[in-house]
Design a protein around this ligand. Structure first.
Ligand SMILES: Cc1cc2nc3c(=O)[nH]c(=O)nc-3n(C[C@H](O)[C@H](O)[C@H](O)COP(=O)(O)O)c2cc1C
Length: 241
């Protein structure tokens, strides 16, 4: 099998293997350099005026992101790792954030479900460009029981139920026709049976040990406030940006 690092650096059109200089590579780098972040007025953030615990601040920032027009502010990156420590990341919906932790749901047999079963640690990342804010959360993940998982699923839309009913998440798919067939059947069942059980669908709760709030600043004096749960209480610290 080809070495992925060697393949990434390969460049028949360049003298330097580290910096390919063909037209497509140059155009791509120009595109990246031309893109801007935070071409807008950003909110200020005073870390002296924050609650003792991170949850109320998280809820406030999510509400402010929604009010600022951030699209889908309740979507987040979920990072997990397998037993060898190899990481994976993907986007998920946040279902809730309360005193127990940050809630999300997925199939137990998916890659993330298998990784969480073997190693119940995870990190979440939220990025809300319109307000220049990022939040990351890290902690231990617990699977809720079947009743709570089913109740969470059946509170959601028929589309969410249909998607869950399709199943086989993260398995290799033979063809798009196979998916269309399974999806049609799942939609039909979701309409006919709004309480249809999906035994593999599981609600997970991440109990935070660290929650970091990042407020971007036009002068690059970004403010980073980290909450750490130690000795039974939350402690706060500023971090260099
Ligand atoms: C906006 C968005 C929201 C998503 N929400 C979920 C979700 O709540 N649960 C889920 O299982 N997959 C969700 N997905 C799909 C996941 O990103 C991912 O493709 C899938 O869960 C398989 O991940 P895995 O193979 O790493 O287990 C979402 C994808 C996007 C783009």
């Amino acid at each position: 099998m080809a070495d992925p690092a060697a393949r990434q650096n390969a460049s028949p059109a360049s003298d330097s293997p580290d910096c390919p200089d063909d037209d497509a590579s140059r155009a791509f780098r120009e595109l990246l350099r031309g893109l801007r972040v935070w071409d807008t007025e950003l909110p200020s953030f005073d870390p002296a005026q924050v609650p003792a615990e991170p949850l109320p601040l998280f809820r406030r920032w999510l509400r402010e992101a929604a009010e600022a027009g951030v699209p889908e502010p309740h979507t987040m990156s979920l990072a997990t790792a397998d037993v060898a420590g190899d990481p994976s990341v993907r986007t998920l919906m946040l279902h809730d954030a309360d005193e127990r932790g940050w809630h999300f749901a997925t199939h137990r047999g998916s890659r993330k479900g298998r990784e969480l079963a073997a190693r119940p640690r995870a990190a979440l990342g939220f990025y809300w460009a319109a307000v220049g804010r990022q939040i990351r959360v890290r902690g231990t993940v617990t699977a809720a029981g079947p009743e709570e998982s089913a109740a969470d699923l059946h509170r959601r839309s028929p589309g969410a139920l249909a998607a869950a009913l399709v199943g086989h998440q993260s398995e290799v798919l033979g063809s798009l026709e196979e998916l269309a067939h399974a999806s049609d059947a799942a939609w039909e069942r979701a309409r006919r049976e709004p309480d249809a059980p999906v035994p593999s669908w599981t609600l997970y709760v991440l109990r935070a040990e660290e929650v970091e709030f990042f407020q971007g600043d036009a002068q690059r004096r970004h403010v980073r406030l980290n909450y750490r749960y130690t000795g039974g209480r939350w402690e706060k610290e500023l971090l260099w940006p």
